[in-house]
Design a protein around this ligand. Sequence first.
Ligand SMILES: [Zn+2]
Length: 427
Amino acid sequence: MAEEFGFEVRATLPNGVGRAGVVHTPHGDIATPAFVAVGTQATVKGVLPQTIADCGAQAVLANAYHLYLQPGPDVVDEAGGVGAFMNWPGPTFTDSGGFQVLSLGAGFKKVLAMDTEGLTCDDVIAEGKQRLARVDDDGVTFVSHLDGSKHRFTPEVSMGIQHQLGADVMFAFDECTTLMNTRPYQEASLKRTQAWAVRCLREHQALTTARADKPYQALFGVVQGAQYEDLRRKAARDLAGLEVEGRRFDGFGIGGALEKENLGTIVGWATDELPDDKPRHLLGISEPDDLFTAIENGADTFDCVKPSREARNARVYTLDGPFNIHNAAHKRDFRPIDAECDCQVCAHYTRAYLHHLFKAKELLFNTLATIHNERFILRLVDAIRASIADGSFDELRRDFLGRYYATRRLPRQPGEDRPGGGDKRAG
Ligand SMILES: [Zn+2]
């Protein structure tokens, strides 16, 4: 089957880095920048695929670790791939499982979530806990979070699983480090990840040939290197130049430990080194200020569990910032979640009803809250994409973030005019 993957840039920001474009996949196009909805277990929890499409999602990302453990990648393969299995006809992504084997598998999820204050040593990862995942130069041995059974992922295993899952975009197997890993550990880890990238490309090439009757699956190399400029730049450069048996990466992921304050800088280092004609996916972001920052610095697609996970925890988004619907103040609040939202939930349901559903532990709560939050983020990214084309990116960012964070401290936006001000204030 023909290789139908590609990327075109359609418009760029005045900085020459941020861009809008189109990713072409065998299952359809993705207009970028794009937020990819997360369907970890081949489902966006509680929401029908058609509904998530109606929310504006163009692609869904499932997880290799979860689908490997349950139902098994062979089952998904037999179903015709993850899209066919879950009845999602559009583009799909799978992540490599690298992050999950080292977070769920090792039980230090909280640490990977950047709860790193005061932690400096590599070994502290396992402090007070049995270490459930072990990394060596060949791969990762880990224990299933479901039943305690022992498993091993290598670059070849991850590629085999992801080919069976059949997503349009796959990611190379990488080691995801944390911010508290020391510099020597980050260096050693990066060497390992880069060696794994070579093995992933080689295995990908073999599997692409062996499964030539299947739609082409693109493979993205993942740029690690934590907060170190030299490591990030080298990682990006090496991956961009890598060619194994005539095959190169189709795009790039930017992964690993990122501090919010350095997000734009780190994405900028990577995109500076990466080719302009291939798409870049930033793993795991959805905060509005992060989206603007990442897009400005050249990221094209993103995914994050946060909009749906927070929805299930009763945290819903509005143009005036997020709030908790379980708060008693909403018991008789007959307004929609966000009067300016165009989603089906805001059209037909009230805060009081959602408050009731949450208190009553009704399953419909998860569905409604998730639809709203997903639509909120998807609509924001739609607006950002349009603003790149029509030159209003800075204005949109100022207006949107100014309002969204008005009740909190406004995040620093480098080079941005403050609302109502304009000129930098003289000291
Ligand atoms: Zn809504």
